[in-house]
Write a protein that binds this ligand. Structure first.
Ligand SMILES: *[C@@H]1O[C@H](CO)[C@@H](O)[C@H](O)[C@H]1NC(C)=O
Length: 267
């Protein structure tokens, strides 16, 4: 009997650990009072507390392909932008003037005493760098304009478990987690779409490779005849689960064929 209950305890522990691993310790908590199974922008989300379901419930994950940024086999982040349910942007000044910061670098650094995510700063430097070289300015802009509009990250939503800047760190770690989950480079490479100086690709080839590999509809963006960004849209279920939305909300903006250039640091 002892053995059996011991085995059950171990099983329960393993399960708890496995579940925990899929929600890193810095994930925002779903407030206990939230109704279950509500998807943002659905009929059921109307009237639900904005801590449970984000008011700006259609979020755009924008990944960039910039030859001077990031590892040669990874897209990097531009941002995670909450839009209104009809796809309107929330505006330049953000959504909460009491949480505008100009020192995001200090806030996400591992030696900040409140920070329980030691890898956040390193990951942001690797996967969310700015082509201007000023990451602090880039990150502060993304937080101020977009992060403050994620209503589920309002400090009040954490209740007594709130520690200063947890909202900020949760915003950045959520976007990093999505970038990692929706790994565009891998999905493209699996279908033989690799960076090249001279191969010409079409947006349709990109979209179908990403649809097959990751199950998301994307919009493909170019600058000067080369791939620059790929956008994907999500709704949110149960506060923190990002569910791909059915349609791409904007059209592609690429010439009929374009290049996917190798990064400068590629071997
Ligand atoms: C960020 O800047 C604000 C305003 O200047 C300051 O009060 C706060 O202590 C800074 N935070 C960190 C973590 O350095």
């Amino acid at each position: 009997m002892l053995n059996k209950s011991f085995a059950i305890t171990i099983l329960a522990l393993a399960l708890a650990l496995a579940l925990d691993a899929s929600f890193p310790s810095d994930s925002p908590a779903q407030p206990e009072t939230c109704p279950l199974g509500v998807i943002s922008c659905s009929t059921r989300s109307a009237g639900v507390d904005s801590c449970c379901s984000p008011t700006y419930g259609l979020l755009v994950l924008t990944q960039q392909w910039h030859t001077e940024l990031g590892p040669s086999d990874e897209f990097t982040l531009h941002g995670l932008w909450p839009d209104t349910c009809s796809g309107q942007q929330t505006g330049n000044s953000g959504c909460d003037s009491s949480r505008l910061y100009t020192n995001i670098t200090e806030i996400v650094k591992p030696d900040n005493g409140n920070n329980n995510n030691p890898l956040l700063f390193q990951d942001m430097n690797t996967y969310w760098s700015s082509y201007t070289g000023n990451n602090n300015k880039f990150w502060s802009h993304e937080w101020n304009k977009h992060g403050t509009c994620v209503t589920t990250l309002n400090p009040r939503c954490y209740g007594s478990s709130y520690i200063k800047y947890k909202d900020v760190r949760d915003y950045f770690s959520t976007a990093l987690r999505l970038r990692n989950k929706y790994n565009l480079y891998e999905a493209l490479s699996d279908k033989g779409i690799e960076p090249s100086e001279d191969t010409k690709y079409t947006a349709a080839e990109f979209k179908s490779a990403i649809k097959e590999g990751l199950g998301i509809e994307v919009a493909v963006k170019c600058k000067s005849g080369a791939l620059s960004e790929i956008w994907a849209w999500f709704n949110v279920r149960d506060t923190i689960v990002y569910v791909p939305s059915k349609d791409a909300l904007v059209s592609d903006s690429c010439p009929s064929t374009f290049i996917y250039p190798p990064k400068d640091n590629a071997e």
